[in-house]
Design a protein around this ligand. Structure first.
Ligand SMILES: CC(C)=CCC/C(C)=C/CC/C(C)=C/COP(=O)(O)O
Length: 297
């Protein structure tokens, strides 16, 4: 007797094998925003059919597999006296992973929201740390795209050495790349800013209504890595640069602008972006036109 297939949360997944002849885009198949779990269910179903195995039985046997029994929450009460289960195709064992992954991701998200709300102590004037909100907003301006773009252009204009111009030209390229990448990801992910955020930010782009990833965090980590690599600074100043980046990231959560994961991913992205900039380093040798044009200004 085939019982209805259920996810770990007890939600029915794709009512029966016969009902799976509907379009692959249906949520039950994971094709239309129905969540990753549905998609893997569908893939497992296909592989079981290809192997001539009844999908429902395959699922039941999957829950008895050694892989599953090693898991943290067994679904069956198989006793030690039972015969060892038959070896399963790899696909059926993989089928269990999305549930674990789904639970892990959902837990991470719940922790993220809870922690972000707890840390959002400057989200409003009446918040518990509302009095330091002006200081946090000052920090916000120190990491703003406009501040860094105008600052870099001004330094380029004032620079009188080739070496200085080369570094600044690459910083400009890094800042523009960062704005583009962050805007693209924000537009794709479309994660809303936390509910407790006040949208009172200084000059924003339309995608800045979204929060993932934090543009300030990407810039902080990109720019600080850039500075540490290309400026000769005394140790205390190097520490200050790192502290600035870290506090700027933290201030995004304290202001209620972002969740912790927006900032964490932002730091990671900015760090990786620097590697791209370093790899594509612009110089008078590989981009002579840029340097000649600038010198004619
Ligand atoms: C050249 C050009 C497109 C300049 C635009 C500069 C600009 C307005 C950047 C926006 C910076 C900003 C407010 C980012 C949002 O940061 P989050 O940390 O809140 O994501």
């Amino acid at each position: 007797m085939a019982s209805p297939r259920r996810s770990v949360e007890g939600r029915p997944l794709g009512a029966s094998a016969s009902s799976n002849s509907s379009s692959p885009g249906s949520p039950a198949h994971g094709g239309g925003g129905g969540g990753g779990s549905g998609r893997f269910e569908f893939q497992s179903l296909l592989s079981s059919r290809a192997a001539g195995v009844d999908p429902t039985c395959a699922r039941l046997r999957a829950s008895e597999s050694p892989v599953h029994r090693r898991g943290s929450f067994p679904l069956t009460a198989a006793g030690p006296s039972q015969a060892p289960p038959p070896t399963l195709p790899e696909e059926d064992r993989m089928d269990l992973n999305p549930s674990f992954l789904g639970i892990a991701l959902r837990s991470l998200l719940a922790i993220d929201l809870w922690l972000s709300k707890k840390l959002g102590v400057c989200a409003g004037e009446s918040s518990s740390w509302g009095s330091v909100r002006p200081l946090m907003k000052l920090l916000e301006i120190s990491g703003h795209g406009i501040t860094w773009l105008l600052g870099t252009l001004y330094c380029l204009y004032r620079s009188d050495s080739w070496a200085g111009r080369e570094v600044l030209m690459n910083l400009l390229f890094a800042l523009l790349l960062d704005l583009l990448v962050v805007a693209l990801i924000k537009g794709l992910v479309r994660r809303r800013r936390p509910a407790h955020n006040q949208m009172d930010m200084f000059v924003t782009l339309s995608v800045d209504k979204y929060s993932f990833p934090s543009g300030h965090a990407t810039r902080a980590s990109l720019v600080s890595r850039f500075i540490l690599k290309h400026l000769v600074l005394a140790i205390p100043l190097r520490v200050l640069v790192i502290l600035w980046a870290f506090i700027l990231g933290l201030s995004r959560v304290m202001l209620g602008r972002h969740n912790v994961t927006d900032v964490a991913f932002g730091f990671f992205l900015g760090y990786m972006q620097y590697s791209i900039v370093d790899y594509c380093w612009l110089s008078p040798h590989n981009a002579p036109v840029l340097f000649i044009l600038w010198n004619q200004q």
